[in-house]
Ligand binder design. Structure first.
Ligand SMILES: [Zn+2]
Ligand SMILES: [Zn+2]
Length: 361
């Protein structure tokens, strides 16, 4: 690792990258008086507020089909995302073999969209002070550049992360309550269109009630009630008090699920860190050979990471050990098992970077 470097202008940086040919290039989100000094002598002036959304932290249903893990201590293996500790020996050192997939990246983009909405409408971030980047692997980064926010310490950043995640949000502190109206117990709650988590909580209720009731922890009678409701009618009026058999504890439970649905699944560690190193936009990600690149806000919807971030031209011959089926540009590749193939260079580079193939010379 080469660290603590500073460059006066982009051409010098480019020269250094060409000399070193690093597999991964990061820059510091922090601003320092003396960037090249030792860590404790740099003179921290502030740091951009950054968010990382990565499929590693998302619970997508496709993971068991493309990710594997192995416990470094006892060798236990499994499909899907690695558990925090090994179920057999309780060790926390895991080796992961991940893959890129459309569904995981669509989910990551959806989380990014939710994050942007919260930043704009609740935290007053100006769209012109924000940039979105594809990480070149399994997610997106959002950088906020603001002189007011730059000076925040870890505690303040942790609060923002926690707000975005809707952590420990108590629906009863957001107007969900049981009141006594002339001897009758009535449930009251926030309304659609209210700012912040209140309106978002109501929107989330709409989302979760479209799911199977059994998965929501509802009783068979409650599931039946929901299924027979006219959806449009249901949301036209204050619905909290109008659903038969739904008391405060049911609504509380559904509200917590609604908040989870509407929260943006960011990596708290990245946002909280005031000395964070983050992938330099415009460089190749050594895990994939794909470009880490800015995605203009207005193009986020249509942005296709498997088409728009390809960097290599030409063809290459590789010997593939094993690889699942995957898509790049408009082409499908694989699955491959112990075979020699001629591929477009961007596909060959992905397999080489993922250590699923060897070059054939
Ligand atoms: Zn183990
Ligand atoms: Zn996936």
């Amino acid at each position: 690792m080469v660290r603590h470097r500073a460059f006066r202008d982009p051409s010098v940086l480019l020269g250094a990258i060409r000399d070193l040919i690093p597999a991964h290039t990061y820059f510091s989100t922090a601003y320092y008086q003396e960037p090249t000094a030792a860590m404790e002598e740099k003179g921290w002036k502030g740091a951009d507020l950054v968010f990382d959304i990565d499929a590693d932290h998302l619970d997508t249903p496709c993971k068991p089909s493309h990710d594997k893990w192995k416990c470094k201590a006892c060798g236990t293996v499994g499909n899907g995302g690695a558990p925090r500790i090994c179920p057999k020996c309780k060790n926390d050192r895991m080796e992961e073999q991940t893959w890129l997939c459309d569904q995981c990246l669509r989910q990551a983009k959806e989380e990014t969209t939710k994050l942007l909405e919260i930043l704009y409408s609740d935290l007053g971030v100006e769209p012109s002070n924000l940039r979105i980047f594809f990480s070149g692997h399994r997610g997106y980064h959002v950088h906020v550049y603001s002189t007011q926010l730059q000076v925040m310490g870890e505690e303040e950043r942790r609060e923002i992360a926690s707000y975005v995640l809707g952590q420990a949000l108590d629906p009863q502190l957001h107007e969900l309550n049981e009141v006594n109206v002339g001897g009758v117990k009535v449930i009251e709650g926030p309304q659609l269109g209210q700012p912040g988590w209140r309106g978002r909580m109501v929107e989330g209720i709409y989302d979760v009630l479209s799911e199977e009731g059994e998965r929501l922890g509802l009783s068979p009678a409650q599931v039946k009630t929901i299924k027979t409701q006219d959806r449009d009618e249901f949301f036209k009026r204050p619905f909290w008090s109008s659903v038969k058999g739904f008391g405060l504890s049911t609504w509380k439970n559904l509200s917590v699920k609604a908040v989870d649905r509407r929260s943006a699944k960011i990596d708290t560690v990245v946002t909280t860190d005031v000395h964070r190193l983050i992938r330099l936009p415009g460089t190749l990600n050594g895990h994939t050979g794909l470009l880490t690149m800015q995605v203009p806000r207005e193009r986020l919807d249509e942005f296709d990471p498997f088409r728009d971030s390809l960097a290599f031209h030409g063809e290459m011959r590789v010997r593939v050990k094993d690889a699942p089926q995957f898509r790049l540009a408009e082409r499908q590749f694989g699955p491959y098992l112990n075979e020699e193939v001629e591929l477009p260079s961007y596909a060959a580079m992905l397999l080489l970077c993922k250590r699923r193939a060897e070059p054939v010379i």
